[in-house]
Design a binder for this molecule. Structure first.
Ligand SMILES: [Fe+2]
Length: 284
C-alpha cells in the first residue's frame, strides 16, 4: 500500500510506488491526490524516456508542446534546459502552463535528468487554498467574472522578453508564428476542478491579460492583487529535486515557479504534458 505525506502549503508526496508498473488503483490514487492537493511528488524513481511516456499515457493523451525544444528521439518529451552559460531559465516566474489554450492541459510530469549541485528548486502554490482564503467580496467578484488568457506576449513574434524572438532562448523555444495564430480563450476566474470539483482560482499573471467587462487598469490592479495574495508563503511548497525525483502537477490547481539560482551549472528536465478537459465555472 502506498503512503501519502501531505505538505504544508500545497502538494503531497506518495511513497511506495514504482511509476513503471502502476496498478489501476494506483493510477486512481494519483489522480485523486492531484484533484485534492494539486501536485504529487515521487522520489527514487527509475524512469527512462519510454517509461515516462507510458506513465503519462495512463492519465490521458499527450500534448506535444508547440514552443519548447523536443527530445531528439521522443517528440512527446519537451526539454526544459538551461546550459551553464545561459543566464535565464524557462518558467522562472509564477505561472500555470497552457491557460492560453481553450481546454488547458491537465498538467505535466517533470522528470529530473541533469541537476545542478545545489539550487534549481521548483515552487508550487495552491489555487484551492488561495481561493478559500479570499475575503467574501473578492470571492464573489471572482465567482461571477471571466478572464481572457493569451500566449501572444509570451511566445509570439512580438513577445516581450521570453519568446523565440529573444536570442537568449534560441534553440530552447520556437514556433512563434503558431503562438500568433492562437485565438485567446475566455475562462471562468474560478473553476470547479475537473477531478475533485473543488473551487480553484484560475487566473495567473503570466497569461491572464484581462477580466471581461472590467476596464484594463482596474483589471490589471485586480490581477496583481490576486497574484500577491496567491503567492503568500502559506500556500507554497518548495520542492527540492534529487536524482530520481518526479513531480506531477495539475495546471488547473497550482501555479509553479522555477528558481534560477544555479549559475554556471547545467539543468535538464524532461517534461510531458497531458491534455485536459473543458473547464466549468465553480458555482457562485
Ligand atoms: Fe511551466
Amino acid at each position: 500500500m502506498s503512503d501519502i505525506t501531505v505538505h504544508y502549503g500545497v502538494g503531497a508526496t506518495i511513497g511506495g510506488m514504482d511509476l513503471r508498473s502502476l496498478s489501476d488503483a494506483q493510477v486512481d490514487q494519483i489522480r485523486s491526490t492531484l484533484g485534492n492537493h494539486g501536485v504529487v511528488f515521487f522520489r527514487d524513481q527509475e524512469l527512462n524516456e519510454v517509461d515516462h511516456i507510458s506513465l503519462a499515457e495512463r492519465f490521458g493523451t499527450i500534448n506535444i508542446n508547440r514552443f519548447f525544444a523536443a527530445h531528439p528521439d521522443h517528440p512527446e518529451i519537451a526539454m526544459v534546459l538551461k546550459e551553464p552559460d545561459d543566464d535565464r531559465n524557462i518558467g522562472g516566474l509564477w505561472h500555470t502552463d497552457h491557460s492560453y489554450d481553450h481546454e488547458p492541459a491537465l498538467g505535466s510530469i517533470l522528470v529530473a535528468r541533469d541537476l545542478p549541485p545545489v539550487g534549481g528548486d521548483t515552487h508550487f502554490t495552491s489555487m484551492f487554498a488561495a481561493f478559500d482564503a479570499l475575503d467574501d467580496e473578492m470571492k464573489e467578484f471572482c465567482l461571477t467574472h471571466n478572464a481572457e488568457h493569451s500566449a501572444h506576449h509570451a511566445f509570439g513574434t512580438e513577445a516581450d522578453g521570453y519568446g523565440e524572438s529573444d536570442p537568449e532562448y534560441e534553440g530552447r523555444l520556437g514556433n512563434a508564428a503558431a503562438a500568433d495564430e492562437l485565438k485567446n480563450p475566455i475562462h471562468p476566474m474560478v473553476i470547479a476542478h475537473p477531478i475533485s470539483g473543488k473551487p480553484a482560482l484560475f487566473v495567473n499573471i503570466a497569461f491572464t491579460i484581462g477580466i471581461v467587462g472590467v476596464d484594463p487598469d482596474e483589471s490589471r490592479r485586480i490581477i496583481k492583487t490576486l497574484y500577491d495574495h496567491a503567492t503568500q508563503e502559506r500556500f507554497v511548497h518548495r520542492f527540492r529535486w534529487e536524482p530520481g525525483s518526479v513531480a506531477f502537477w495539475d495546471n488547473r490547481a497550482v501555479w509553479h515557479n522555477a528558481m534560477n539560482d544555479y549559475a554556471g551549472h547545467r539543468r535538464l528536465m524532461h517534461r510531458i504534458t497531458i491534455e485536459g478537459d473543458p473547464l466549468h465555472a465553480a458555482a457562485a
